[in-house]
Design a protein around this ligand. Sequence first.
Ligand code: 13P
Ligand code: SF4
Length: 303
Amino acid sequence: MADQAELAEEIKQLKEERNAVILAHNYQLPEIQDIADFLGDSLDLSRQAAATEAEVIIFCGVHFMAQTAKLLSPGKTVLMPDPSAGCPMADMITPESLREFRQPYPDAPVVSYVNTTAEVKAESDICCTSSNAVRVVESLEPQTILFTPDANLGEWVQEQLPDKEIIIYPGHCYVHVHIRPEMIQELKQEHPQALVVAHPECIKEVRDMADVVTSTGGMIRFARESEARQIIVGTEQGLCYPLRQENPEKAFYEIKAALCPNMKKTTLAKLAACLREMSGEITIPPDVAEQARASVERMVAVS
Ligand code: 13P
Ligand code: SF4
């Protein structure tokens, strides 16, 4: 078996030969983050996918993120080193369950979190990420808005926009829901000076304990700009890697229980094989892609 350094060398060479760019989410394994051309949250990565001049996008993240990249860059080849890396939250809603959910509210627009399949995006009016959810909902004229599939993000948006009536689909991220208030409390007791950041996918009791509720990209910016020397990180533990890399003088305390196995499926060996074999291509049926793209592009326009 090739060692990590050899694989990294092969990936760099193949990347040049294929005219490929490597995009990686902030929760990816450290060795994947180290070799990526761009690292970011869902919104940053969609922007990179839309702007790249490379012919091939290698997406190191989960399936809905690679699909979003394909929607925004339909002329490019989008590959995933392990296309089985999914997001259980995205699987909690289907076009059928969305139709049933919206049936009692025929005039209310549907805002869907990007953590959905292209089929669900195609039946939504506009998408959002955790970075722009408040802005997206605020941009819509009707007072009543349907929000899918993350109930915690929907509830958090409702708290920010009390004048809207947000009808929320009952989905969740099991990784963030596992973050319990007692876990934050214990870390706060051990590190009384530490500030707390939490992802909006966390339950309300955890969000209420946080100094800042934001996306993973927002947490990176907060850590960079804040005077705080110690931060409790209320999201998937992989985010602590880029935080520590960028701020070696600061301490970051992770929640050990918060681990997304799908985000760890991408390895250097799979990344090298994907570039070698040009495997793991993301394709979306054209009729679905056209409608799903419209939802994503509306979101990009609002952001
Ligand atoms: P971000 O867009 O904040 O990185 O979130 C993506 C995600 O899947 C969180 O669980
Ligand atoms: Fe999906 Fe949660 Fe994993 Fe994010 S952390 S990819 S929402 S399961």
